[in-house]
Write a protein that binds this ligand. Structure first.
Ligand code: GDP
Length: 641
């Protein structure tokens, strides 16, 4: 039934392998497991699916071994976990001396004659799973239903609605056994002469439960009414109010778009003055350079705190100082057990959640770190504190390192060589910063000498086209044709509102090709991830225009919500695409990073869930507030107590 069982060292040496009769070779699936799970810090779950196979694995951190079993995923093999445990124990015990005495050489030269032992263990495991007797159906007499009295049933039906609720509740507690079944009959029979103290107590408990339940329903109903009723009125009253900027142009005429002809005319928007210094931001930067996210590491300070004051756990709530302080005593020679690590991992998990990492991912991460460290023998001068911390840091950096690197400038140059524009599509929900960051990316591209055509494909949100037009004007003012040999570096392609976005994008791309633009940036309308018609429209836009890069724009501010959006956008693109191999999201623009202080968990959650690289990070509202992701910066912020 098993396709294969293989034992190899973490260094990559296959020590022993069992190959099933008709199973596929273990190489490809095991390589996939190593690439996608073991090297990617996704080891929280000890199971992995590769094509038609399920792989289960176990790590031995003491001897640096990996045990992997593979079987067809349609099979439900209940004995696999036991088998892998048994084989692990037996193999380790049998060759313990070789591992301990000869080390790596032992592995290289060792002959591991394990076939007979393995076949015995496999037989035992298979037998033990068969031995388990099938569950026999209960007879009617044994069932709880048989213990119900006819009287009880009749009275249940005849009761008033309020009492019915009581009965329903008792029904719910049926699982508790006969006592629970007896309770409704007592209560519903209306037998008020309950004399035994125990019975009285039970009735009181019931009543308390009943009261709580009623209270819960009452509150729930109230909350429901509250949240439902005032909303439509409030919305009606509120309407859409224009935003008045403190520092911007407060002239109402500027914001009045009612008469502006949005038919592609460049002169439709009134000219406005703007403070170029304010729009630019940092003036001392090197033009065209995409800086890494800056960070200030307080690792050393924290380390010192732990060393100097080992007996007192840090008082900071949720701080890593306290967490790592707990393992201070375990130094050298002891191999780490799950028991040693559990309290630390618990704190570690809470710390990550407090930093906005999705709870589920925090659990998986800690699980992965635990699996990596369990059984590991500490070096003489290594504290458990530093080992655990390092393992977590390594895991986090690993997650943030993209599996596929996106180098936009190189790809644009490549497209240039092929005499075609490089197309980037931006998508995301409303207000996350699509247009703003599109403008920042335009600015960065222009500074690198590339001309940009902005396609205004948000044909839905009022003001979206004007917003891009303003950006275009400003970018042109900052980079006038005079300083680029008479070449217009940025232009807007727009067709007003209410038109088909996919069509406009297509026209813009062919316009860019004819006019020799290097890059086309396609702005799309914001849409909720659950809105099927709008997601279909986006999938169509992407399928029809086949952009080189599809960027999902998500704000770091909303944390886990951004993860949900990203996952659902990706899924929706797959579901609503007509193509056989649907085009999915290629990368992430993480915006509003300047607003989250050190709660940087969204970056981890987003990359962990989708394995998509964070290509750009938005760090403010000026054109220079664009950065590339620096994994170390994010991890440092995440580890900060
Ligand atoms: P869109 O609806 O997705 O196109 O969002 P907008 O581009 O209109 O941006 C919405 C708001 O977010 C605007 O007020 C932007 O100035 C602001 N914004 C965008 N990116 C950032 C950022 O990186 N940091 C900060 N602090 N604000 C941003």
């Amino acid at each position: 039934m098993l396709d294969f069982f293989t034992i190899f060292s973490k260094g990559g040496l296959v020590l022993w392998c069992f190959q099933g009769v008709r199973g596929p070779a273990a190489t490809a699936p095991v390589n996939a497991l190593i690439r996608s799970v073991l090297l990617q810090e996704r080891g929280g779950n000890n199971s992995f699916t590769h094509e038609a196979l399920t792989l289960k694995y176990k790590l031995d951190n003491q001897f640096e071994l990996v045990f992997v079993v593979g079987f067809q995923k349609i099979l439900t093999l209940t004995y696999v976990d036991k088998l892998i445990d048994d084989v692990h124990k037996e193999f380790r015990d049998k060759y313990r001396n070789e591992f301990q005495q000869k080390g790596a050489l032992g592995l290289l030269n060792g002959t591991f004659d394990f076939k007979d032992d393995f076949m015995r263990l496999l037989r035992d495991a298979e037998e033990s799973s068969k031995v388990r007797a099938p569950t026999v159906m209960k007879t009617f007499e044994q069932s709880l239903k048989s213990q119900k009295t006819v009287k009880c049933m009749i009275e249940t039906r005849g009761e008033k609605p309020k009492e019915k609720v009581k009965n329903k509740k008792n029904k719910g507690s049926k699982k508790d056994g006969t006592e629970a079944v007896a309770a409704p009959s007592k209560a519903s029979a209306g037998d008020k002469q309950l004399s035994a103290a125990g019975d009285k107590e039970e009735l009181t408990k019931d009543e308390i439960l009943q009261k709580n339940r009623e209270e819960f329903f009452r509150r729930h109903m109230k909350a429901g009414e509250k949240s439902r009723s005032p909303k439509p009125d409030a919305q009606k009253e509120k309407g859409k109010k224009p935003r008045v900027w403190d520092l911007g142009n407060s002239n109402a005429k500027v914001l009045d778009y009612s008469n502006s002809a949005t038919n592609g005319s460049a002169e439709a928007c009134p000219v406005e003055e703007f403070d170029s210094n304010m729009a630019l931001g940092d003036k001392n930067r090197e033009p065209g350079r995409l800086y890494d996210l800056e960070y200030e590491s307080d690792d050393e300070a924290e380390e010192e705190k732990v060393v100097q004051n080992p007996s007192k756990p840090s008082v900071k709530k949720g701080g890593l100082g306290g967490m790592f302080g707990m393992l201070k005593g375990l130094v050298g020679s002891k191999s780490l057990t799950r028991g040693d690590m559990d309290p630390v991992l618990e704190k570690m998990k809470d710390h990550l959640i407090a930093k906005n990492v999705a709870a589920e991912i925090a659990v998986q991460l800690c699980e992965s770190v635990a699996k990596k460290l369990e059984g590991k023998v500490m070096g003489t001068f290594t504290t458990v504190t530093s080992t655990v911390k390092q393992a977590l840091q390594e895991a986090l950096v690993q997650i943030l390192q993209p599996q596929r690197r996106v180098d936009v400038l190189r790809d644009v140059m490549d497209a240039q060589r092929h005499r075609r524009p490089y197309v980037i599509t931006f998508c995301g929900v409303n207000g996350v910063g699509k247009s703003t960051n599109l403008a920042k990316i335009s600015f960065w591209l222009i500074e690198n000498g590339f001309s940009v055509l902005i396609a205004a494909c948000d044909t839905f949100r009022a003001g979206a086209v004007e917003q891009l037009r303003t950006h275009t004007r400003r970018l042109n003012a900052l980079h006038p044709p005079e300083s680029h040999g008479g070449r217009t570096m940025v232009q807007l392609y727009e067709k007003g509102y209410g038109k088909d976005a996919a069509g406009i994008a297509m026209e813009a791309i062919s316009y860019a090709r004819n006019q020799g633009f290097d890059v086309v940036l396609v702005d799309t309308a914001g849409r909720m991830q659950d809105n099927a018609p709008l997601m279909t429209a986006l999938a169509k836009l992407i399928a029809v225009n086949a952009p080189d890069l599809v960027l999902f724009v998500g704000e770091a501010l909303v944390g886990n919500e951004a993860v949900d959006q990203l996952v659902k956008f990706n899924k929706a693109l797959a579901d609503h695409s007509m193509a056989q191999t649907p085009r999915l999201i290629d990368g992430i623009v993480l915006t509003k990073f300047d607003t989250i202080d050190d709660k940087v968990g969204a970056a981890i959650s987003m990359t962990y869930i989708t394995s998509k690289p964070i290509v750009f990070v938005g760090t403010g509202q000026t054109y220079c507030d664009l950065r590339s992701l620096n994994a170390k910066a994010v991890v440092a912020a995440l580890m900060k107590a």
